[in-house]
Design a protein around this ligand. Structure first.
Ligand SMILES: Nc1ncnc2c1ncn2[C@@H]1O[C@H](COP(=O)(O)OP(=O)(O)OP(=O)(O)O)[C@@H](O)[C@H]1O
Length: 317
């Protein structure tokens, strides 16, 4: 469990984090979303005791980080994957960390296996690709088998296979009862990975809800219906009467708004129509996010790498 209460960090006139109050619960993946400069890293740094709040506080497992008796066994974090001595081997880096935290050498080999680095464990960390460095950083975070994990932009620079791997890992860690907070500005990725979303813009809390609820409320839900065989005009008429709108994508494929999948399925069943597909869909989280944070993008004009530059696309969950 991570708790933030009125957490605030000012750098001169800039409020990097502004009165943030929320709880990150165990057992689920919580996505920490926000455009560049929204305050995600600063928040994580304060949780980890690396920055001091200007006001408010952050606790992990009920205590401030500095008061945790065995921090590495309680909290694991990936902040900067390149923050490794470049001449140390991956195994050497992990062994040094393990040694200084009273963790066994056996655990080092375990985490190397867990992140898939066992074959390159003898190579210098400085020669690693970004993806390998991310895996090494995750291995370090997992060393102490902590109950709380924070990952800052763990999918940055990864290929699709690496992204899928991290997604599965995060979900497994949460399923084992851990608290998992993962920041990202890759919103479509978070829609697939996170159960819960904390959305920030300019350091302020914009939304704190389940991903499902967030998408339902802001995601303009529709249902994609594909027929297994041609249906009579009665089915389409009944669907159109019940729905807000039915748009034909192809002869046998319609996009229905104003009804959920169960309602569409019930109408099809009543009409004895066999469906080949019945898929709930939402506006992309990028679109939703842009609407919600439209006045919160710090460098809207000068920073094309912000969420405005993220390709919009349909998110199916
Ligand atoms: N050490 C610092 N000194 C001055 N300003 C800072 C410092 N660290 C962060 N900031 C400012 O605080 C704000 C929040 O930055 P932060 O890095 O926490 O955002 P972020 O959401 O993690 O962004 P990104 O997605 O780009 O990593 C930004 O305006 C940033 O310029």
């Amino acid at each position: 469990m991570i708790e933030l209460r009125g957490l605030t960090k000012r750098y001169g006139p800039v409020a990097a984090v502004d009165d943030l109050t929320c709880t990150v619960a165990p057992g689920v993946v919580t996505g920490f979303l926000g455009p560049n400069g929204a305050g995600k890293t600063t928040t994580m740094r304060m949780v980890l005791g690396l920055d001091h709040p200007t006001a408010g506080d952050a606790t992990v497992l009920g205590r401030r980080f500095a008061a945790l008796p065995a921090p590495m066994r309680q909290v694991g974090a990936l902040l900067d994957p390149r923050a490794v001595h470049p001449n140390r081997t991956a195994r050497g880096h992990l062994r040094a960390l393990a040694y200084s935290n009273g963790i066994s050498r056996r655990r080092v080999d375990e985490v190397l296996g867990l992140v898939g680095l066992e074959n390159v464990a003898g190579r210098r960390a400085g020669s690693f690709s970004l993806g390998m460095s991310q895996r090494l950083g995750i291995a370090a975070a997992l060393l102490g088998e902590p109950a709380v994990l924070l990952f800052d932009e763990p999918v940055n620079g990864l290929d699709p296979e690496g992204i899928r791997w991290i997604r599965d890992l995060l979900r497994r860690l949460a399923a084992s009862g851990r608290t998992v907070l993962v920041s990202s500005h890759l919103l479509s990725e978070m829609a697939l990975t996170a159960d819960q979303l904390i959305v920030v813009g300019r350091g302020r809390l914009i939304a704190d809800t389940t991903t499902e609820d967030f998408l339902r409320r802001y995601g303009n839900p529709t249902v994609r219906v594909r027929l297994a065989e041609p249906a009579g005009s009665g089915f389409r008429r009944r669907l159109a009467q019940a729905a807000e709108q039915v748009v034909a994508e192809a002869d046998d494929t319609w996009i229905v708004s104003g009804l959920d999948s169960a309602e569409v399925g019930a109408i099809a069943a009543a009409d004895q129509v066999t469906l080949a597909e019945l898929t709930p869909r939402y506006s992309s989280l990028e679109e939703v996010f842009m609407r919600l944070t439209s006045d919160s993008v710090e460098f809207r004009v000068d920073q094309p790498a912000g969420p405005a530059a993220v390709a919009a696309g349909e998110v199916t969950r």
